[in-house]
Design a protein around this ligand. Structure first.
Ligand code: ATP
Ligand code: MG
Length: 226
């Protein structure tokens, strides 16, 4: 497939603190096609999270453009960006950010309700995702009653709940022990491949990066293929 799901064009991002300006992204370019899984690597502080926040429409670049599923996002207002995020993007963070008061099932149903999915369909999709991730017996548990690996699996199910075209993940297994990280990561890749999604996944782990289709590294604010 050649559909270009995510395009970053000459993205710049600067942070100003007091008199000092820090240019974290200095013209970053990237294309992620449908069905392609790309590892985002680079040392701590190189700007991986900043880049993912911009690609995920959570922040705006100072210069440059982000296109998602063929739509240029720079000129879109906040309402349109929120809608595009809800309909086309799934995001998984290093820490799960699940809602603590709600069960695993409800955490996966809620984003679908916000997207005006019918409740019955939302519940069956949530169950299918949780079952696929080995959590059939944990649906009623709250995040605090789940292990770290189980919490991250719920976060993955939640990210995929609205059938996004693009999955963005910021060190999604960074908080897990190596064996659990390995298992959860394999399940994440399986699901992304099974749904034919485009994915951009930041990781510090070279073994995990090696399992993706392609690797790009942030170096001095630009992306290079490695
Ligand atoms: N809101 C902000 N204000 C000021 N500086 C920021 C802000 N967000 C990020 N930075 C700076 O931008 C740089 C890149 O940060 P970022 O979190 O994107 O790096 P990273 O590659 O994700 O690092 P890590 O691997 O440790 O997660 C850092 O020097 C950071 O201090
Ligand atoms: Mg980071």
């Amino acid at each position: 497939m050649s559909e270009r799901t995510l395009i970053l064009s000459a993205v710049c991002r600067r942070f100003v603190q007091g008199d000092a300006a820090l240019e974290v992204l200095s013209g970053a370019n990237l294309t992620v096609r449908a069905g392609e899984i790309v590892a985002l690597v680079g040392p701590s502080g190189s700007g991986k999270s900043t880049l993912l926040q911009i690609a995920g429409l959570l922040e705006r670049p100072d210069e440059g453009e982000v296109s998602i599923c063929g739509r240029a996002c720079g000129s879109l207002g906040d309402t349109e960006r929120t809608r595009l995020r809800r309909e086309s993007l799934g995001f998984v963070y290093q820490h799960h950010h699940l809602l603590p008061e709600f069960s695993a099932l409800e955490n996966v149903v809620l984003p679908q309700m916000i997207a005006r999915q019918n409740r019955g369909a939302a519940i069956s999709r949530a169950c299918a995702l949780l079952d696929r991730l080995g959590l059939a017996a944990r649906r009623g548990h709250r995040p605090g009653q789940l292990s770290g690996g189980e919490q991250q699996r719920v976060a993955i199910a939640r990210a995929l709940a609205n059938e996004p075209m693009l999955l963005l993940a910021d060190e999604p297994t960074g908080n897990l022990d190596p064996a659990t990280a390995d298992a959860v990561f394999a399940e994440l890749l399986d699901l992304v491949r099974a749904h034919g999604l485009a994915a951009l996944i930041a990781t510090h782990n070279p073994d995990l990066a090696a399992r993706m289709d392609r690797r790009v590294a942030l170096r001095s604010g630009v992306l290079v293929e490695v």
